[in-house]
Design a protein around this ligand. Structure first.
Ligand code: F6R
Length: 364
């Protein structure tokens, strides 16, 4: 049942305020403004390294969390796609933990990487949506992301629920390792509790994004750039666009543009700039200006102040609510998803069942 939406993907994008709030409620104590984890979770004090692995969109959620674990918990992170990690000769550490992220819990490569980590004495945790899945069964501890069933092949609400689960785990890790003060934990929990409302606000930009997507649909290629936590969002934006609209798209760390990709910039290659007003804003904007100086069409995705400061000469902009700077990915997921969605509906592709793709990839 699409509940009045044209596609499951649209329904699932719009469900996000609700399912994100639900996932947060599994982890947050709003009275104490603290995070709590399920029993038997990692002994974060003892961990000497955390290995994170997943595939596709779930991998990009993991990549965002790398920034969180490093900043809040000062925890060394190893991260790779599962199809590589499982075949690498990883020098596993003695007190290592391994965290796997999977909506379906059945992804063959992720399961194989989990077994490899387990065979090498790592403590195993999984962020999963399907509680009775293979990955959930084989993990020592499960961190739930209660997104509800996801039908659209392109992952949307599962991604944002993965993100908030991972944020809670990283906050708890920081507290247990003594690297995050009670004050900082409160501030982050406050930021998390605001997210459902901010996501609902971001959804109100639908009509504006649909209009922009009509132009994007004519492009032969699109670049996405971002820095810090917005770098994985650039990767996710490009994946979402290519998988449902079949337009070639690439995501880059903003600082990498000048090391090659900028050669491709011209008026036919729009570039989406994911630039929340965080510590990297100025740097990312200067990369955007380099693009515009080469006749590139820049689409600035930022908050009201960010657009006021830097959007004047951009080709277009999408306003996104201001968030806690480290938590911006959860809210910026919305414009990224809607841009892909409306580009696909403009082109008339099969949004819920894109060609060549399966919802659950149970072969390697
Ligand atoms: C992209 C997408 C895929 C999945 C990937 C992992 O929109 O849905 O990239 O994220 O196949 O799937 P799970 O999370 O089920 O392991």
């Amino acid at each position: 049942d699409k509940e009045g939406h044209r596609h499951f993907m649209a329904k699932e994008i719009h469900e996000q305020p609700e399912v994100i709030a639900h996932t947060i409620s599994r982890y947050v104590d709003p009275a104490e403004m603290t995070v709590r984890l399920p029993k038997g979770a990692f002994d974060f004090k003892k961990l000497d390294r955390l290995t994170i692995s997943a595939c596709g969109t779930a991998y990009y959620a993991g990549l965002v969390s790398k920034y969180w674990f490093e900043k809040w918990a000062r925890l060394p992170i190893e991260i790779d796609v599962a199809s590589e990690l499982r075949y690498r000769d990883v020098p596993w550490t003695k007190n290592g933990g391994a965290l796997f992220i999977s909506q379906s819990g059945e992804t063959a490569d992720t399961l194989a990487a989990l077994r490899e980590a387990c065979a090498n004495g790592q403590q195993i945790a999984a962020v999963v949506n399907v509680a009775e899945s293979s990955i959930a069964r084989e993990a020592d501890v499960i961190f739930p992301m209660t997104a509800g069933p996801e039908i659209g092949v392109a992952s949307t609400k599962a991604f944002t629920c993965q993100l908030v689960s991972l944020a809670c785990i990283a906050i708890a890790a920081g507290r247990e390792r003594g690297t995050l003060s009670a004050e900082e934990e409160k501030e982050l929990v406050g930021g998390l509790l605001e997210i459902p409302r901010l996501v609902a606000e971001a959804l109100k930009q639908s009509d504006k994004i649909e209009a922009i997507a009509r132009d994007i649909a004519k492009a032969t290629g699109v670049f996405y750039i971002g820095r810090g936590v917005s770098y994985p969002m650039a990767l996710e934006g490009a994946l979402k666009l290519k998988e449902i609209s079949y337009i070639h798209a690439e995501g880059y760390a903003a600082g990498e543009l000048k090391h090659g990709p900028i050669a491709l910039i011209d008026e036919n290659l729009p570039i989406a700039v994911i630039a929340p007003m965080d510590a990297h804003f100025e740097k990312t904007v200067s990369n955007m200006q380099e693009v515009m100086a080469r006749d590139g069409k820049a689409l600035l995705i930022s908050c009201k102040d960010g657009i006021a400061a830097a959007g004047a000469r951009a080709w277009a902009s999408i306003e996104t609510p201001k968030t806690h700077p480290m938590l911006a990915p959860v809210v910026y997921a919305v414009p990224v998803q809607l841009l892909a969605y409306f580009t696909a509906t403009t082109k008339g592709t099969d949004v819920d069942q894109p060609r060549n793709l399966a919802k659950s990839v149970t072969v390697e």
